[in-house]
Design a binder for this molecule. Structure first.
Ligand SMILES: Nc1nc2c(ncn2[C@@H]2O[C@H](COP(=O)(O)OP(=O)(O)OP(=O)(O)O)[C@@H](O)[C@H]2O)c(=O)[nH]1
Ligand SMILES: [Mg+2]
Length: 328
């Protein structure tokens, strides 16, 4: 039998209705979509990871906190060596992200110290994104918060080794604003003013984002954790004082900025109009004299203040981790 005849009989066999041909055809029809589904879902699992954005003034301890969650407390306690695995932080200049996972025990997030390999598939993965706190480098984080559908956009070169290079877009689930509670206690420094001004911009961005949300498929709101860090230092302000001082300063900024608009020649009516309007610079409740974080609930923004510390003895960072775990 020549090759041509073999081919001819094979084609004829495949065209003749028979149980074998029908079952092979059925198998292809059923298996092909399933195969496509697996290829597609495995390819996009990284791109849909939820993310938590870490912002705050320079020196607040953002990179230190990221390293603590990534490597555990040992990395902080070891004495620095030239080549050891010790996290030595320096002023960050680009955003970087690490992929972390929080495991849950009956719905409650467990400690970041828990071995996730043991926790297995029950763990929820997310991206923690560290940003530079230098005033000149804050624009990207603020612009990102203001967008109506915030997604973390990091080029692979900006992601650290342990994060996935496939990560390009991720849904923003929460914002952590880290504050140096010891610096706030120093009344000679301008730490309070500069910290509050960054926080004002961040909260205002979320407020504007709320106004831009439209339609039934509006993105979920982004809760904010104001984390008062460095409570291991005896000079640090307790969380309740950090909260009241920041609220007072945010109130002052709010007044100064609206006064700035008045002084710049904009009519008083326009200022009130602008404040009440969607793009106003007025943070929080319009009729209020004093600013309170609770006023942000009007814009679906939940703000919580919690104390902790990354290094040294103190309340630690567990409460912050649990807060994240409940939101990713
Ligand atoms: N005492 C004390 N020091 C801390 C704590 N957390 C961070 N630090 C120190 O604060 C310094 C600044 O920390 P970084 O993590 O580099 O600060 P950052 O927020 O990333 O700063 P930028 O990258 O400039 O925005 C480091 O020397 C940390 O060791 C803390 O809880 N207690
Ligand atoms: Mg840093």
């Amino acid at each position: 039998m020549t090759a041509l005849e073999t081919l001819k009989s094979a084609v004829e066999a495949s065209m003749t209705p028979s149980p074998t041909v029908i079952s092979i055809g059925l198998a292809i029809c059923v298996l092909f979509p399933i195969l496509l589904h697996f290829i597609y879902s495995s390819g996009t699992s990284y791109t849909t990871l939820p993310s938590v954005l870490l912002i705050g003034p320079s020196g607040a301890g953002k990179t230190a906190l990221l390293t603590l969650f990534e490597r555990g407390p040992l990395a902080q306690q070891e004495k620095p060596t030239v080549s050891g695995p010790v996290a030595r932080t320096h002023t960050s200049q680009v955003a970087s992200a690490v992929e972390l996972a929080v495991s849950t025990d009956n719905g409650t997030p467990t400690s970041y110290r828990v071995d996730l390999d043991a926790a297995g598939a029950a763990a929820r993965r997310f991206l923690l994104v560290d940003t530079p706190g230098h005033p000149k480098l804050r624009g990207a984080a603020i612009a990102h918060l203001a967008s109506a559908t915030p997604t973390v956009n990091l080029s692979p070169s900006n992601t650290s080794a342990s994060s996935s290079t496939e990560t390009s877009k991720s849904k923003l689930k929460a914002l952590i604003f880290l504050v140096d509670a010891a610096a706030l206690a120093d009344s000679d420094s301008d730490a309070l003013a500069s910290t509050a001004s960054y926080l004002y911009d961040a909260l205002l961005a979320l407020q504007k984002r709320f106004h831009r949300r439209s339609g039934s498929r509006a993105p979920a709101s982004v809760p904010v954790l104001v984390a008062a860090n460095k409570l291991d230092l005896f000079t640090a302000l307790p969380a309740a004082l950090v909260k009241s001082q920041l609220e007072a300063e945010l109130g002052r900024i709010r007044k100064t900025r609206s006064k700035g608009l008045l002084d710049s020649g904009v009519g008083a009516d326009d200022v009130v109009g602008a404040a009440a309007g969607e793009e106003g610079e007025w943070l929080g409740d319009h009729g209020s004299d004093k600013f309170r974080f609770e006023q942000m609930m009007e814009f679906d923004v939940e703000v919580e203040v919690m104390g902790g510390n990354v290094v040294g003895d103190g309340p630690g960072a567990e409460k912050w981790w649990k807060w994240i775990g409940e939101r990713v």
